[in-house]
Every structure is written in structure tokens, then in C-alpha cells.
Write a protein that binds this ligand. Structure first.
Ligand SMILES: C[S@@+](CC[C@H](N)C(=O)[O-])C[C@H]1O[C@@H](n2cnc3c(N)ncnc32)[C@H](O)[C@@H]1O
Length: 260
């Protein structure tokens, strides 16, 4: 259950339909404002700007705001499917066909997997992130190459992945999890603004061990866990580990015993 009271509001932009903002504020049961100033108690705002739904904090109000970015990452080939290269692709594997991203968040990993041609299903439990994701996946379906290739945006399932994974009809080849880990005390690399906002708004994911267990139960072949390089592996010793800069992708293979 999410309680955004005193934390989040919808900020109406006069260039968009008022009904859109009203419906959003009702869905999330948060206030609707037409302007915001220093006395406004909430610290986060959802607002339509530049053709997309954005999440803002007070610092971002005058700047752009954060939206789910559907553009390929720098250096990623624009063809579809993009080559399965890099640590994420190595961890997921070339033989893998179906993937469930159980912690979709800003969907940057999901969209990378989508562009590499994996058959992807996304799960997210935060109602705010779900609103941002719905908006992004609608935008995705209007992108030239997505239309030209007659692709559909990934299916987006709302709810706690621990419950949803237990009820999946067909077991996917791979379940991908990237929960929020507590920040390291000593500042090493500064997390991206989008991740800082997410942590402020949602907090750490305290049930990641239960999520890992549910993922291992529900997968047909493997679970891939993304974690900061400093964090210990979520499920004990992984079968394989792929490192990229400050991150690690730990691969757990179903049926292979896990030692701590
Ligand atoms: C660190 S973010 C994921 C970032 C994502 N990989 C990306 O590329 O943008 C974690 C997200 O997973 C979601 N999440 C964590 N545990 C979950 C669960 N058990 N069920 C559904 N969503 C979950 C959180 O709400 C949050 O949005």
C-alpha cells in the first residue's frame, strides 16, 4: 500500500487537458495543484511536459523533470534487434528468448532488452512508476521503427512481483531483478538523479530476498540479479558473474545448488 499524502501531488500544466491531471490525481489519491511555491508541502510532482509525463522534485521544477527515456542509450545500435553485446546481454544469454523484468523502475534495462529483441514482460509495483511507464510504453508504440516493424511495447503488469511470479502461466527462460540496494555510505560514484529521486520516493526494497526466492521458483532456466559492485550477491554464490564498471550481473541457474 502506498501512501503519497504530503509527499506527492499532480501539477497541472495549462497546455494539457485538465481531465488528464484530474484523473491522475484521483488514481493516485494525491492533491492537484495549478502552481507550486515554497510553501507547498509536497516534494514530488507529476506533470505533463514536452509531450510526456514527468516526475519532478522542487529542484527540477524549473528544469526539465524526469521521464522514462525511450531513446536508445549512447552507442547502442539503432537497428532491431540490436546486437546482444555487453554485460547485461552476456548475463541474460543468447539462447534466452523470454524474459520477465520483475523490477522495471525507469525501464532502462527493460528497454535495452526490448531493443535486443528479447520477448519481454515487465512488472512494477509502484503506482507512480506505473503511470510513468504507461506513458512511456504508449510513446514507444508511436516510434517510427517500432511501427514499421509492427512491434508492440512489452506487457506491463502492475503489482508485487513476489505474488505475480508465483502465478505466471508459462515459466520464462529468465527472470531479471534489479532491486534498490541501500546506498553506500562513502560516496563513490554519485547515483543518477533518476535513481536518487526513486530512492527518496520509494525507499529501499527491503523484500529483495523474498523476491529472489520467488524468481528462482518461477523461472524455467535462470535468474539474473543486477547489483552495485559493493553489494554481496543476493542469492549466495552465483553460477556466473558479469561485471561492468560499478555494477555486477549475477547469474543463478535453476537446479544448480547455491552455496553461500
Ligand atoms: C532500482 S529500480 C529498477 C531500475 C531499472 N532496472 C531500470 O533500468 O530503470 C527498482 C524498481 O523495482 C521496483 N520493485 C522492487 N521490488 C519489487 C517487487 N517485489 N515487485 C514489483 N516491483 C518491485 C521498485 O518499485 C523500483 O521501481
Amino acid at each position: 500500500m502506498h501512501n503519497y499524502i504530503g509527499k506527492l501531488a499532480v501539477l497541472h500544466n495549462e497546455h494539457y487537458d485538465l481531465e488528464l491531471s484530474q484523473a491522475l490525481s484521483m488514481r493516485l489519491t494525491v492533491p492537484l495543484y495549478h502552481s507550486v511555491d515554497n510553501k507547498t508541502p509536497e516534494v514530488f510532482f507529476l506533470c505533463w511536459r514536452d509531450g510526456c509525463l514527468k516526475l519532478l522534485d522542487k529542484e527540477l521544477l524549473k528544469k526539465g523533470g524526469l521521464m522514462v527515456d525511450i531513446e536508445p542509450r549512447q552507442g547502442e545500435q539503432r537497428s532491431w534487434p540490436a546486437p546482444k553485446e555487453g554485460a547485461l546481454a552476456q548475463a541474460i544469454g543468447r539462447k534466452t528468448r523470454t524474459v520477465v523484468d520483475a523490477t522495471t523502475g525507469w525501464a532502462q534495462d527493460s528497454l535495452h532488452l526490448f531493443r535486443m529483441g528479447y520477448d519481454l514482460t515487465c512488472i512494477e509495483r509502484s503506482p507512480v512508476m506505473l503511470e510513468l511507464l504507461h506513458d512511456a510504453f504508449l510513446r514507444l508504440e508511436h516510434v517510427d521503427w517500432v511501427q514499421r516493424l509492427d512491434l508492440s511495447a512489452p506487457q506491463l503488469i502492475s503489482g508485487n512481483a513476489i505474488d505475480i511470479l508465483a502465478q505466471l502461466g508459462d515459466a520464462p527462460d529468465c527472470i531479471y531483478i534489479d532491486p534498490m540496494f541501500p546506498a553506500k555510505r562513502k560516496k563513490s560514484a554519485l547515483p543518477k538523479k533518476s535513481m536518487l529521486v526513486l530512492r527518496d520516493l520509494l525507499g529501499d526494497d527491503m523484500d529483495k530476498d523474498a523476491l529472489f526466492d520467488a524468481a528462482l521458483q518461477a523461472t524455467a532456466k535462470k535468474v539474473v540479479v543486477k547489483s552495485p559492485g559493493y553489494a554481496s550477491p543476493l542469492g549466495g554464490k552465483p553460477a556466473q558473474s558479469f561485471k561492468s564498471k560499478l555494477l555486477r550481473y549475477d547469474v543463478y541457474v535453476k537446479g544448480v545448488s547455491i552455496n553461500s
